[in-house]
Design a protein around this ligand. Sequence first.
Ligand SMILES: [Zn+2]
Length: 131
Amino acid sequence: MSIEKLHKCIKEKRVNHSHSREAIYAILLNADSFLTVSQIEKELTESYPKKVSLNTLYRHLSFFTECKLVITIQDSYKRTYYSLAKEQPMIFGICPKCNGVKRVSVDVGDLSDFLTGTDFVTVHKKCKKCL
Ligand SMILES: [Zn+2]
């Protein structure tokens, strides 16, 4: 997943280029796990010189979702987490105790046919800390 996919979608949807949108995309591109809106907002404050309203942030995030560039998952408190979509389905563990979300690196191997068309799988399982 790269910035080209974002540019392709901007072209298809005929929307204007936006620096704040690219800055948010870059944050997701550099993150190795899911981020909440407040984490994205915090990183944006550090990496982007202008103030971006929460409304704008949500608007850009839903644009990414519409373009299928980003996937969202919700924990049991209905908190939403955002991550860039990958070519291969991703597997996430959500800990029911501390609510931590972690990407699990497993080889999808034999499951790959079964998972075709799936963006991600979440497994509800206690994390190492909480076991
Ligand atoms: Zn835990």
